[in-house]
Design a protein. Structure first.
Length: 334
């Protein structure tokens, strides 16, 4: 946690580290108060970093301790011994971290007395509800189109080393080129790393499975430990399952199967009825109720451009020989 606090002040946290820090802050109100004080003093004194390091350290720790003592007087609900121990520990951590920060900035301040302090980074979470698709512009200008029922988590500002996001569900990314900062998508147990390209990532409703298809550019897919990795070229795809640790590259013979949803094209290819209904449930935001057993061994193949629920259900009822009733968001198959 000590190093995370220092990296936070430098605005260099990765997305996973930001989650870790957020969890720590949520554990105790004292944690939030201590970090707030450290951040406030860092911002207050950023313009004076040309002072001697020892002078800055002494002044900061003195004021942190003094203000915390004042805070103890007014906030009587704080547990005195625990808060004091935390104060000393984290104030010391902050000052030790400050030494490293000063060492870096002293090299730059010689030519410029000013220093821009990084603004606070906020974790953003965007979700497309079942039945809708959502296009989001990321802080670097990249875009992601979320399929129905998908979620993306990303910082309000990427750090200087990488551009990292987390995906749950399915998303099509068009990444702005930046040779110095790779773009990384974390999805289940896989990591997708690129510099500038367009590709699709789909967790397929699973906790351990990830499907990646590349439209343009080059993509590196690996597990989180990076002990297994593959380089994908255009029209390559890989299916990775963390359970068996297999990652085999395949050719995309039908691009519409992978990318068609981004153009409102609904594609089925030898899919069993249970999978078809799962896809329709997510696409249209509806629920299916089966009042009779239907042969699930029969497969369904079809394509629908800008589909309506009724048009798809008409095709299904013909193939599987059933009747259906649409009642708002509920479809009864009988």
């Amino acid at each position: 946690m000590d190093q995370l606090i220092v990296k936070y002040l430098q605005n260099k946290l990765t997305l996973q580290e930001q989650h870790q820090l957020s969890k720590w802050l949520a554990e105790d109100d004292d944690h939030q108060e201590l970090l707030r004080k450290m951040e406030a003093y860092w911002k207050d004194h950023a313009s004076n970093l040309v002072e001697k390091e020892s002078k800055v350290k002494a002044r900061l720790i003195k004021r942190i301790v003094e203000d915390s003592l004042d805070s103890k007087t007014t906030h009587v609900t704080m547990q005195k011994d625990r808060s004091w121990a935390q104060l000393i520990r984290y104030a010391a951590v902050f000052i030790l971290g400050l030494g490293a920060i000063l060492a870096v900035y002293n090299l730059e301040i010689s030519n410029d007395d000013s220093l821009v302090v990084n603004q606070e980074t906020i974790i953003m979470e965007k979700m497309s509800a079942p039945g809708e698709k959502l296009t989001i512009k990321l802080p670097d200008g990249s875009t992601v189109k979320l399929n129905s029922g998908s979620t993306i988590i990303y910082p309000s500002a990427f750090n200087q080393e990488s551009r990292e996001v987390e995906l749950r569900g399915e998303g099509f990314f068009e990444v702005t080129k930046d040779p110095n900062r790779p773009f990384i998508v974390n999805a289940n147990k896989a990591r997708v790393k690129v510099l500038g390209t367009s590709f699709n990532v789909n967790t397929d409703g699973s906790e351990s499975k990830v499907i990646v298809g590349v439209k343009t550019g080059q993509v590196k897919v690996s597990n989180h430990q990076e002990t297994i990795s593959r380089i994908l070229e255009p029209n390559d795809m890989v299916v990775y399952n963390d359970a068996d640790q297999l990652m085999n590259i395949q050719q995309i013979n039908d691009p519409e199967l992978v990318f068609g949803w981004t153009d409102q094209l609904l594609v089925f290819n030898d899919d069993h009825l249970d999978r078809v209904l799962n896809i329709l449930s997510n696409w249209f935001g509806v629920e299916f109720i089966l009042s009779q057993n239907i042969d699930n061994q029969r497969v369904f193949t079809s394509r629908f451009k800008n589909p309506t629920l009724s048009s798809v259900m008409e095709s299904l009822s013909y193939v599987y020989d059933f009747k259906y009733e649409i009642n708002e968001k509920t479809i009864i198959i009988k």
